[in-house]
Design a protein around this ligand. Structure first.
Ligand SMILES: C[S@@+](CC[C@H](N)C(=O)[O-])C[C@H]1O[C@@H](n2cnc3c(N)ncnc32)[C@H](O)[C@@H]1O
Length: 284
């Protein structure tokens, strides 16, 4: 039986659960019908229209083919906020919470001596880092840069709803920031080595490759991080911090790059899985 033949939302959920993960099935039914989990339990007989049944069928087929749920529903949660996402942007990852928590800590400390700390998020994608920092540190002036106009359009839609004061700029890392200095630079750049076999797994082929890899086949994945670290001294105020999210095995490499640019207090921080996930340093 397909979802098209389902009598109501409860039966549609059961039928979809036979083809995909039960939670994914539930979220797709809720997305298509516009109902809640409570509706599914309390009123399973609520009918689906023919259009809703067809839409659900199509989404279940795409999920079966491996497309990430967030692209099917068009949304993802990050730090208590719901963000619009599309295949133009990386789907928010839970480990990026660490970058945001550290960024909020340093920005709050900075606000003790500088009333409106300037923050920039390089490679903003859907805008999760810049927008969440703007929400956590309302006194900060937050900018966000991305090279992808399609990604910036997604970030703009999210900013309009969640943090309209965030300034969005198109360009290559620091190119749109000529002459500007910041108290905090944060970035979750592409850091997977181009050609890494993991790029074929777990829905990654559906995500923008320019958001995942540094584009250098057979390299160390650090090409974008090199550009961000080497440009940072020109764009950080004295005492300002640079914080970069990176791969599970890249902390030592990122620390070496930071020391080569004379950053002080160079260190790495671990995510909830105990993996060195963010490295950073302070401009003297
Ligand atoms: C790993 S994604 C991070 C997205 C978002 N900050 C997050 O944490 O979910 C990296 C982002 O960097 C952007 N990017 C790649 N190369 C860039 C460049 N040269 N200049 C600016 N942004 C770039 C990509 O378009 C992508 O949105």
């Amino acid at each position: 039986m397909t979802e098209r033949a389902a009598a109501g939302i409860g039966e549609a959920w059961r039928a979809a659960s036979r083809r995909i993960d039960r939670l994914d099935a539930r979220l797709l039914v809720e997305h298509v019908v516009g109902c809640t989990h409570a509706d599914l339990i309390a009123r399973p007989e609520t009918p689906l229209s023919a259009e809703q049944s067809a839409a659900l069928d199509a989404l279940v087929a795409r999920r079966t083919a491996g497309e990430p749920l967030a692209y099917l529903t068009g949304s993802a949660m990050f730090h208590d906020f719901e963000f619009h996402v599309s295949p133009a942007v990386l789907i928010p990852r839970p480990e990026t919470e660490l970058l945001v928590e550290l960024g909020a800590k340093f920005a709050t400390e900075r606000a003790r001596t500088c009333p409106a700390p300037r923050i920039v998020d390089l490679g903003t994608g859907s805008g999760i880092v810049a927008i969440t920092l703007a929400r956590l540190c309302p006194q900060a002036a937050v900018s966000a840069v991305d090279v992808s106009p399609e990604a910036l359009a997604v970030a703009a839609a999210n900013a309009a709803r969640l943090a309209p004061a965030v300034r969005l700029l198109a360009g290559d890392w620091y190119a749109p920031l000529s002459g500007e200095r910041f108290d905090l630079i944060v970035s979750n750049p592409p850091y997977v080595v181009s050609g890494d076999p993991h790029l074929a797994l777990n829905g990654l082929p559906f995500e923008p490759q320019g958001a995942l890899t540094d584009g250098v086949a057979g390299g160390d994945g650090l090409a974008c991080i090199r550009a961000i670290v080497s440009g940072a001294p020109m764009h950080l105020a004295a005492g300002g911090w640079l914080l970069i999210e990176h791969g599970y095995d890249q902390a030592a490499g990122v620390q070496t790059l930071l020391r080569a640019e004379n950053f002080s207090e160079v260190q790495s921080w671990q995510d909830l899985a105990g993996i060195d996930r963010v490295s950073g340093g302070r401009r003297i």
